[in-house]
Design a protein around this ligand. Structure first.
Ligand code: SF4
Ligand code: SF4
Ligand code: SF4
Length: 199
């Protein structure tokens, strides 16, 4: 099974591919998560414990941070894992992964995420989409564009009054952004979930 420690196989993925996969990602959390995911996307040889076990734990903790549930403990654990991997990894792949994580950990981004802020706007969990009622003309284009049935509201009909306003059901919204593209009136804004500030 992919991603399961297996002493008979060594990771075949070239680290150049792993670095290439994160080239265009700006957010330190997303970059780190993708890097470790790519590193673990093939069977792990499992020869050194800090790498074999630590990289899985690092991934779990990075996912917790990127989903907005991260704590200082998670950052401290990733730091400890990366330090141990650098020290004890027997191959360049483990060491490269450790070095990558240690570089990312130096960035302010980790602290900012714990405070609910993704400066690069690449963590979907940190933002929400909202209809601005004052700008909404009840055309219904956003509702038609949303594949996830996440928008409630009634289109304006000339001979009727008392419309149900357009709103986004946050539990259904996957933050794909299609509604923003569909709305010709700039009536859907993206705001930071924690502060409510438009991004
Ligand atoms: S550091 Fe290299 S040899 Fe050791 S477990 Fe990781 S991939 Fe395998
Ligand atoms: S597309 Fe824009 S203006 Fe039309 S209903 Fe949706 S939010 Fe309102
Ligand atoms: S962001 Fe995507 S899922 Fe969310 S309401 Fe808009 S179209 Fe629907």
């Amino acid at each position: 099974m992919s991603g399961t420690p297996n002493k008979d196989e060594t990771p075949k993925k070239d680290m150049k591919d792993v670095f290439a996969a994160v080239e265009n990602i700006r957010c330190a959390i997303q970059r780190s998560q993708k890097f470790v995911e790519e590193f673990l996307s093939e069977p792990m040889c499992g020869k050194c414990h800090p790498c074999a076990l630590g990289s899985y734990e690092a991934l779990v903790r990075l996912k917790r941070i990127s989903s907005g549930r991260g704590k200082q403990d998670d950052v401290a654990a990733i730091q400890r894992i990366a330090d141990e991997m650098l020290e004890a990894s027997r191959c360049i792949k483990g060491k490269d992964t450790a070095k990558f994580l240690l570089e990312e950990l130096k960035k302010e981004s980790f602290r900012e995420h714990l405070e609910g802020h993704c400066a690069e706007r690449e963590c979907p969990s940190y933002v929400m989409y909202k209809v601005i009622p004052e700008k909404c003309v009840l055309c219904g284009l956003c509702q038609e564009a949303c594949k996830y049935n996440a928008i409630t509201g009634e289109k304006k009909v000339s001979f009727l009054s008392g419309y149900l306003p357009f709103e986004i059901r946050q539990k259904r919204c996957v933050k794909c952004g299609d509604c923003v593209t569909a709305c010709h009136y700039g009536a859907i804004e993206i705001i930071e979930e924690k502060s409510g500030v438009p991004v």
